[in-house]
Design a protein. Structure first.
Length: 251
């Protein structure tokens, strides 16, 4: 369980966070769940400047998406001495529709990198992906769809059980919120550093610069306003990513 540039679990802020959220906990199940819940709800859903930022930087930002939240969760688990690993994928870009639209959406690659964390508990590996969207954001998003909306693709969701997604970890289950958007399985890695050294990051070149200085801020503003329920649903649903997707929300 070596420390890496991304998994900098010996950083003072990472150590402090881990000590705070696991205080008084004595078994691995509770420690894993404490780390999981902190990353899910203590770190808001949002887009950082790059996928390969360090765990301490995610803490400093206070928000993250699938890949950066994976960086932080894995660092916390490693710091707690829990066996865990990084699993890389690509997902259909349409999962992000709504958070980014127009020309910026058209510029996004058809497939974008995605990841979740696998943790070993009592000799069995569990897939943890349900930490990507914070509960406040997800609850707010669900309020803008009819209660019979079962499947959804958009605004960071790709789920075939949208109203009741498995985003809580009980010690004997997998958790997911974007799994239905997965296109390719890129394999398991000991660290995110290994993954990004092999595949690079989303996006690249000029698009990376544009994303860092402009696009992600537009996306984060839309996400923030939706979290704060400052939106009006003005459209229906359409089929996309193989499941239903939001047609339009005015922000």
């Amino acid at each position: 369980m070596n420390e890496t540039r991304i998994l900098n679990f010996n950083h003072p802020e990472v150590i402090k966070t881990l000590e705070t959220i696991t205080q008084g906990l004595n078994n691995n199940k509770d420690i894993i769940n404490a780390c999981y819940l902190f990353v899910r709800d203590g770190i808001k859903f949002g887009y950082n400047e790059s996928d390969d930022i360090s765990a301490s930087q995610v803490l400093s930002d206070g928000y993250g998406q699938c890949n950066t939240k994976s960086n932080l969760l894995l660092a916390l688990l490693r710091g707690a001495g829990i066996e865990a690993r990084f699993h890389g994928f690509t997902i259909d870009k349409r999962l992000q529709y709504g958070a980014v639209t127009g020309i910026f959406y058209l510029m996004t690659p058809k497939e974008i990198f995605h990841s979740w964390i696998e943790v070993n508990h009592d000799g069995k590996w569990y897939n943890l992906e349900g930490f990507i969207l914070d509960k406040t954001y997800l609850d707010s998003l669900k309020n803008y769809f009819p209660r019979n909306t079962k499947t959804l693709c958009g605004y960071g969701v790709a789920s075939d059980d949208f109203q009741k997604p498995q985003v809580d970890w009980n010690g004997d289950n997998d958790t997911y919120i974007q799994k239905e958007g997965v296109v390719r399985d890129l394999g398991v890695f000991d660290s995110p550093d290994e993954f990004y050294n092999q595949y690079g990051t989303n996006p690249t070149g000029l698009k990376k610069v544009l994303f860092k200085i402009l696009v992600r801020h537009i996306m984060n503003k839309k996400i923030s306003r939706l979290r704060e329920r400052q939106v009006v649903q003005d459209g229906g649903l359409k089929t996309l990513c193989g499941i239903e997707e939001i047609d339009s929300i005015s922000i």
